[in-house]
Ligand binder design. Sequence first.
Ligand SMILES: Cc1ncc(COP(=O)(O)O)c(C=O)c1O
Length: 324
Amino acid sequence: MHFIDSIAEAVGNTPLLKLSRINIPRGHNIFAKCEFLNPGGSVKDRIGFHMVECAEREGKLTKGQLIVEATGGNTGIGLAMAANLKGYKLLCVMTEKVGKKKVGLMRILGAETLVVPGGKTIDDDEHYINQAKRIAKERDGWFAGQFENSHNSEAHYQTTGPELWEQTGGKIDVLVAGIGTGGTICGAGKYLKERNPEIKLVLADPKGSLLGGWQEKKENPPGPYLVEGIGGDFIPKIVDLSMIDKSIEITDQRAIELTHEIARKESLFVGGSSGCIVAAAIQYCAESTKKGLNVVAILPSTGHLYTDTVFDQQWLKARNLAYE
Ligand SMILES: Cc1ncc(COP(=O)(O)O)c(C=O)c1O
């Protein structure tokens, strides 16, 4: 018999798929790292389990204790799975930007959820991360802190990075990812650059985010954007922007267009951040003077979490983004 004892064992080791049905700039290869196939539907399952296991090892968590996290939703789902299996309670704090499907899934998995107003700056006590920290203190909980917890990027250094190196036989030239916390790009990127310093890290940043071009943009904050999970208006502590070789800005329109296109042509049902990241990978190849690049694009989350947002025609129409 072949079976696993815990769904935790199904996290990671996701397939690497060569994209060939959408238009890829001639002579280049774009490979999709299918993180949406993790059991909780996103790349964040990796850090949900790893951050909890490390906190246990470091004596920061005692059985039955409350875990508190500030999340765009996917980390909440990963943490909820880990909390259930390991006997902890979980409270997820998020802004109203997070789609109802994601909030519902956290609740199905047994997490308590608190949705607070968005649009606050990081130095405001009412910013959702500061609210989560405060509640953790008040309720004697452990604040998982994905934006500052080095075990987040460590999870990717230990798993995502080695998987990509192995799956590409070391022939990877470029890794394209977004930054939510930066765990994926900095953790996997560190591993890959240690193997081959010539590997380039490319940030796919939604237009409206401050992360790409931080120096120029921080004085003049751009407007909001719709893609969930990536981009932001502050640099998370675990991010080392000096590792990023290039940043490519992608509009909501382009990200959503490509999200639908990869669903219809490649049969990959993924979220808006995947569309944004593949769009950046295509643009990078199109602008490159090199030939025959092997580019890996991270596809962070499943489309099931966005059927009420980027896959809902009314939601799109209300935002002038209708897609036929
Ligand atoms: C949908 C989605 N895509 C991408 C990311 C980015 O991953 P990371 O936090 O590792 O930078 C996140 C993280 O919040 C996410 O939720």
